[in-house]
Design a protein around this ligand. Structure first.
Ligand code: 4AD
Ligand code: MG
Length: 430
């Protein structure tokens, strides 16, 4: 019976055939342990010299790393392995021999691994991270579909900037200029006026010359936007959403978290509600901790976010930032117009900002004033004003950066491991 590693639990005591690659191997004169992987999982194949044909044992001893195989054997339970099953191998058929596979079980430098990303993805650790990334995506769709949000796909080629001009990727659009999307938000606001609650999940481009463990040039963002939802309700949606994805990963990716050695107690604690502090309170916390290199009105850097997050064991919302350091579309607090109804969600354990969001300006005159202040002239922003002309309503939305969230949940040091093919400041290969 042909099956996959993920399904062997259905075949205990039975003979199965699995298409696999040899990830690693240990052998003596009498027995060979084959670490097999097939994409769905990893399993140990045990080849005992006395129990197989002579040529099968010879093959088992000779096969090289990443050789592709058909392996036939009997599934048995194995309490010692975290996976719980192993394969008593009867036969091996080589599909294609792999010679001198570059990534060996020894340690390699980061640049070497990054140059071989197309192969590095096969490793157990990278496999676990990609599976958890997938579970976050899956549970994202589940959460928003279950809560009445409609998936909408904003354009990637745009004529406008959503988050400020300096980080835009420029390209030609025949004879015109165009930019790669740095946020679908403006389009999502239009879609929310048509569909009520919407969300997008798409590639996002930022030509940021940042070389940090949190910055990618191309990343994936989940952007929900909801009509008739004000700031506080938006924060509730955010904490429910983040709790849901963390709990889904805990439930459905135990083996992968285990492979990564993730501290589960830290994740188990991630349940709504999350603490909320204002920007002013955040500045106070920093001052109390002796961090004085920041004044009211300045934006937080990574070290500030980390210092604030240390005070909490859940993600923390920092709300009401000064208007002048935030985007043009954020709604001022009616009680205190120098700050805006916004929040950044800061992940625990030093992972920094994973969500940026806000209530949006819904007043036409104020939006026109912002256009002047931000020099949003020319025709390309004209349509966005229409949303404030024809039945404007209070509305809010946010963007969650997928890779930073994957880094936090998996415990990966750097976002380069959280996306299949990272685009970094100095890397477009492979
Ligand atoms: O805070 P940002 O810039 O917010 C927006 O783009 C809003 N328009 C979203 C919205 O309200 N619809 O980005 C949102 C999130 C950040 O919190 C971060 O997680 C991630 O996107 N992000 C990045 N991730 C990786 N590399 C980068 N260069 C990133 N820039 C932002
Ligand atoms: Mg932000």
């Amino acid at each position: 019976m042909k099956t996959t590693i993920s399904k062997v639990s259905n075949f205990v005591g039975q003979e199965v055939t699995i298409g696999a690659w040899l990830a690693n191997k240990r052998s003596s004169g009498k027995i060979a342990f084959l670490q097999l992987r097939d994409g769905t999982g990893f399993i140990q194949g045990v080849v005992v010299k006395e129990e197989v044909e002579e040529d099968v044992f010879a093959k088992a001893r000779a096969i090289t790393q990443e050789t592709s195989l058909w392996v036939t054997g009997t599934v048995r339970e194995d309490d010692r392995s975290p996976f719980g099953y192993e394969l008593a191998v009867k036969n091996i058929e080589v599909i294609h021999e792999s010679v001198d596979y570059p990534i060996t079980p020894k340690e390699h430098g980061v640049e070497f691994l990054m140059d071989h990303r197309h192969l590095w993805l096969r490793s157990k650790r990278q496999h676990a991270i990609m599976k958890i990334r997938n579970e976050i995506i899956r549970s994202t769709y589940q959460f928003f579909n279950d809560n009445g949000f409609v998936k909408v796909d904003p354009p990637i080629l745009t004529g406008t900037s959503a988050e400020g001009g300096s980080e835009l990727f420029h390209t030609k659009y025949f004879d015109d200029d165009a930019y790669l999307s740095q946020s679908g938000q403006l389009y999502l606001e239009a879609a929310a006026m048509a569909l009520g609650r919407v969300f997008s999940f798409g590639p996002t481009f930022r030509a940021e010359k940042s070389k940090t463990k949190r910055h990618l040039i191309e990343f994936w963002m989940i952007e929900p936007e909801a009509a008739f939802v004000e700031h506080d309700e938006s924060l509730e949606i955010q904490e429910q959403y983040v709790s849901f994805i963390v709990q889904s990963v805990l439930k459905n990716c135990k083996l992968e978290l285990n492979t990564l050695g993730r501290d589960l107690s830290k994740l188990e604690n991630i349940k709504a509600p999350f603490p909320r502090i204002t920007y002013d309170e955040a500045i106070e916390i920093l001052k109390k901790k002796g961090i004085n290199d920041i004044e009211w009105g300045e934006d937080f850097g990574a070290p500030h976010e980390v210092a604030i997050a240390e005070e909490f064991d859940k993600p923390v919302f920092i709300t009401h930032y000064p208007a002048k350091i935030k985007a043009f579309y954020m709604k001022p607090d009616p009680k205190r117009p120098e700050v805006v109804l916004c929040a950044d969600l800061i992940a625990p354990e030093g992972y920094g900002e994973i969500i940026g969001g806000s209530q949006r300006i819904d007043d036409l005159e104020l939006m026109q004033k912002r256009y002047e202040e931000h020099h949003l002239t020319g025709g390309s922003y004209e349509w966005y004003l229409d949303l404030r002309k024809y039945g404007s309503v209070p509305h809010s939305g946010f963007g969650l950066g997928l890779e930073r969230t994957v880094a936090w949940i998996t415990g990966a040091e750097h976002v380069r491991e959280t996306i299949p093919f990272p685009r970094l400041l100095n890397r477009l290969y492979p």
